[in-house]
Write a protein that binds this ligand. Sequence first.
Ligand code: NAP
Length: 356
Amino acid sequence: MSFERCLFRVKRRNYFMPHKTDLNQQSNLQNIPYRVLASGAKIPAIGLGTFGSDSVSAEVVAQMVRGAIAAGYRHIDCAAVYSNEKQIGQVLAKLLRSGLVKREELWITSKVWNDKHDQVVDACKQSLKDLQLDYLDLYLVHWPFPNYHPPKCDVSSRSPNARPYIHEDYMKTWRQMEQLVEAGLVRHIGTSNMTIPKLTLLLRDAAIKPACNEMELHPHFQQPELFRFCVDHHIQPIGYCPLGSPGRPARDRTPEDTQPLTDPVIVGIAKQMDISPAAVCIKWAIQRGQIPIPFSVHHYQDNLRAAIGAPLTDDNMRAIAAIDKNCRLIKGQVFLWKDNQSWEDLWDSDGRITPP
Ligand SMILES: NC(=O)c1ccc[n+]([C@@H]2O[C@H](COP(=O)([O-])OP(=O)(O)OC[C@H]3O[C@@H](n4cnc5c(N)ncnc54)[C@H](OP(=O)(O)O)[C@@H]3O)[C@@H](O)[C@H]2O)c1
């Protein structure tokens, strides 16, 4: 059965995300669930990741974007450092010209990379040029550390000019982010890979508050405190690696890492519902209130179907809440600024910003 026919059947059976979240009622294929930001803007509640994990070429990622938009995705998570914005831009331009989708129906995110914290406006203009767009819906500071390391480098790589988080410097970057909004180049600005102590300072000093925070979120890494902090401060959490990033590069793997897709609780619910473990992770994410952005060349239709099909039960949600393993997969070692440091220093786990 085609994807469209399948969705039609799902719609007729009236399975669309009913419940207590602020997700909308589905009325057609284009009308996927969304969340409402503090600004009142609607952001699709599932996005498509575009980081090819160093193994999927820019051309393949761009074709994935083309197929995913044709299938109904309206939210694409891009970044300059993924080195594929040009190819994605060519696809977006074609789709927009064809009339298949209108610009205002799409939610396009990009991110400023760590070597451009003092040239944010230029970096954003470059992403706009590459993506062939007049504006971005969301622009994020990719990491709060201005430490450049080349793509594909090993986790032991360190920038010779590496620096810790210095709030005054971050605010200089943030002021440039605010200028982008004032200039109309960007509709919303946000953060990524932040912690509660860092966000607390940013909220104190920002003229324009972050609309979203992109953070690692999956059943084995639920970050309950940071998640709650974001929601309480009207910052929408966007969850990266929502499936536990099974295709991530070797450099991002350690022997302690666990895999949500093979967790017996996830597999058990998947069997009960006759869906995939990935679909369970996506449903959990959306129902919890974060926006998952799974990357997928081969399963993007299944993932979209998961976002709009029958929901998990309250019991399922409770069972998944109980399997958090506090297992961070993307540890960020390359951002460390001193010898013999532990990656935990990047994440302020004792509740204060790690001093220089
Ligand atoms: N802000 C940040 O610092 C940051 C960091 C990391 C990631 N991100 C963003 O988050 C996105 C997602 O993270 P990610 O790509 O690392 O991890 P992910 O989405 O958790 O996992 C992607 C992997 O899962 C596989 N997959 C997808 N759907 C599946 C399904 N239904 N069944 C089985 N396997 C499935 C994909 O394989 P196939 O391609 O074969 O389907 C791919 O190998 C990135 O692409 C990027 O946009 C942001």
